[in-house]
Design a protein around this ligand. Structure first.
Ligand SMILES: NC(=O)c1ccc[n+]([C@@H]2O[C@H](COP(=O)([O-])OP(=O)(O)OC[C@H]3O[C@@H](n4cnc5c(N)ncnc54)[C@H](O)[C@@H]3O)[C@@H](O)[C@H]2O)c1
Length: 374
């Protein structure tokens, strides 16, 4: 496979370049235990994470961390002390490293906590990222980065000012099947890419914070449509320069009083590649992408869930069928391993805050085109 400097520059901007270079491993060698400048023992050989918000995604992240060689759970932040106590016992987190949302800022004094993992509803990402940065902690923040562009900019500025790293948890950037699709495209295996289709959606239950505009920022585009948006960018290695979108609400059952039910959007990239994407909260839409090239196609379905990913392709007449046997929580293991490596070695994360900011700026354009206020 031939790589040009331009390919790497583009992929670097997309946050995936290092993962295509076989010599770079998401799992860094263990950091040596030592003594910090103030004479106290340093955190040790592993990056210690305080998990903020002990909900569904945190329950995948924490077992993923446990599988790494360079990361560990050293703190918990929760409004439910009983739940935190249970999880603390499971992960060996001491009682004095359990925080509430009120005393959260005291993590500044906890030397076992190097970083936080923000696993809260979208509207809380900015506040807790900025408070963590002010406490001197590195930040791994869930997607979508925030609910608007201004919040993303404030998060980036706060982490820069505090000299801490900020990574957005785009786990597909560290996932082998997605990386294999990028590799096939860059190698020219399917010729010039012409078009991409992608979708991701599900039938949402009533009562979810995801249905509150204030908590979520918007509907399925913020939550799952963002996977298709981000995939089109890393698959093409380009940034869209034209966007057109439509949205709708079909089910008048009270769930969609604040956020939209469906969004369909089209993007045109500078090379001329066109992408059509859909997202919904009104029915099951298996997360997939299909890339059409001049000499073949790549179909990854499913592409965005935690396990069972499957790549099929036709590369100029040569069929490829690659089911991925990796099981959950391997994607979270790779993601945490990468961020800990960055923290320990001083390199920049492959999906930094700027990557989350770009997606929020495109989400804003999609909403504007669809006539949705943001
Ligand atoms: N990367 C991924 O694959 C992935 C998957 C799911 C969710 N996410 C993201 O992770 C974040 C959390 O999503 P989730 O599915 O774990 O949500 P969740 O509702 O399961 O968990 C949210 C947590 O935040 C806590 N919380 C604190 N204050 C709250 C408040 N005011 N209202 C509601 N909850 C509050 C809840 O108690 C809960 O522990 C979201 O930003 C979401 O987009 C990412």
């Amino acid at each position: 496979m031939t790589w040009t400097r331009r390919d790497f520059a583009r992929l670097g901007a997309m946050g995936v370049a290092a993962h295509l270079a076989p010599q770079i491993n998401a799992q860094a060698p263990e950091r040596k235990t030592g003594v910090s400048t103030d004479g106290s023992p340093s955190v040790g050989s592993k990056t210690g994470y305080a998990v903020i918000g002990l909900g569904r995604i945190a329950s995948h992240f924490m077992p993923g961390v446990r599988l790494t060689t360079n990361s560990q759970i050293t703190g918990l932040v929760s409004g439910h002390r009983d739940k935190a106590d249970r999880i603390a016992a499971e992960y060996g987190v001491p009682q004095n490293s359990i925080y509430s949302y009120d005393n959260f800022d005291e993590i500044a004094n906890n030397k076992t906590i190097d970083a936080v993992y923000v696993a809260l509803p979208n509207s809380m990402h900015a506040e807790y990222t900025i408070r963590a940065a002010k406490a001197g902690k590195h930040v791994l923040c869930e997607k979508p980065m925030a609910t608007n562009v201004a919040e993303c900019q404030a998060m980036i500025a706060a982490c820069k000012a505090a000299n801490v790293k900020l990574m957005i948890a785009y786990r597909c950037h560290y996932e082998p099947t997605n990386l294999r699709a990028i590799q096939l495209i860059r190698s020219g295996a399917i010729g010039q890419v012409q078009a991409i289709e992608s979708a991701f959606g599900f039938d949402i239950a009533p009562g979810e914070w995801r249905l509150s505009k204030k908590m979520a920022g918007g509907g399925p585009l913020f939550d799952v449509g963002i996977y298709s948006l981000n995939a089109c960018r890393y698959l093409t290695g380009e940034e869209p320069n034209r966007i057109a979108a439509f949205s709708s609400v079909i089910d008048r059952d009270g769930r969609f009083n604040e956020v939209e039910e469906n969004v369909g959007w089209t993007m045109k990239f500078p090379s001329g590649i066109v992408a059509s994407c859909n997202t919904t909260y009104g029915g099951s839409m298996e997360g997939y992408f299909r890339v059409h090239g001049a000499k073949g196609w790549i179909d990854v379905n499913p592409a965005f869930i935690y396990e069972g990913l499957h790549l099929r392709a036709d590369c100029d007449g040569k069929p490829i069928d690659e089911p991925n046997p990796a099981r959950d929580p391997s994607q979270f293991q790779a993601e945490a391993g990468h961020f800990s490596h960055c923290v320990q070695s001083g390199v920049e994360p492959q999906s930094p805050g700027e990557e989350g900011l770009r997606d929020l700026s495109y989400i804003t354009m999609i909403y504007r085109s669809a006539g949705i206020a943001i």
